[in-house]
Design a protein around this ligand. Sequence first.
Ligand SMILES: [Zn+2]
Ligand SMILES: [Zn+2]
Length: 343
Amino acid sequence: MAGETMRAWVVDTPGPIDSKPLTLVERPIPDPGPGQIRVRVRTCGVCRTDLHLAEGDLAPRRAQVTPGHEVVGAVDALGAGAQRFALGDRVGVAWLAHTCGVCRFCTSGRENLCVAPTFTGWDIDGGYAEYVVADEAYVYALPPEFDDVAVAPLLCAGIIGYRALRRSECPPGGRLGIYGFGGSAHLVAQVALAEGLRVHVLTRAAEARALALRLGVRSAGDAADAPPEPLDSALLFAPVGTLVPVALEALDRGGTLAIAGIHLTDIPSLQYERDLFEERTLRSVTANTRADGRALLETAARIGMHVEAVPYPFEQADTALRDLAHDRVTGAAVLVMGAAAAV
Ligand SMILES: [Zn+2]
Ligand SMILES: [Zn+2]
């Protein structure tokens, strides 16, 4: 659409969220290249990674990048050779934008570890905008069970939580601890419960503890509390390194702690005997494969996942990030196009 412009949020100068690092600008509407589609954005989830990018905890890969990698919209234009979707189809654009396809990780089912990946809303412009272009091979068809607001958080929060759960290798019927209970955790808790795990939530926000109990977890305590029973596995969603030894101490022998976030504050020094001996395992979770994404979307539809979504008008993206930073969002914030007039 040569000459036409759209509104897009960009990370201007990364810094504390209260210093307003995001700016709403007018930009040319992008044209899809070969193998790409253009999506007219209807909703976009707000992920903690967007906050890390805005605040500079995640080093910017490109100046004035538009964040947003939980993008839901309708296919609006097809680039040369794009044939997977039809105009008007509802699709989801997620974090993994492209992988090389030839490195040892891509060729062994581990494209999440690709040596030359690109990510939506970090390397290339994301969905805090009226339009986004994406490589069609990395775009998801979306389950019709979910509306545009509810399905957005599944695209990162859901997928990463799902991969973290798999990486935690919790045994059948096992005891799972979840540290931090925001957008991702409240979704993966439902997968864990559907799989028959005994779920314990540990988080500082009282509203999040109440949500966890409503979803059916066995207990909900403060982040620093010990869970009521030793854990086979734990997931750390809070970006707080001081919780690593806390979670390790809550593990039973042979237990595994999986750290789900892309950014974590420094981990204090560990004591080998107390924190790791007896075959406790500490591991990270890095991005996801497309197979993880499809598995999460199928699982969410099958178990009737409840998405606790908090809608914000597109024009209030900076407010949504501020609320996320200050623990004022219970569940997942979602930007909604065309909502301003209704608010
Ligand atoms: Zn690769
Ligand atoms: Zn994310």
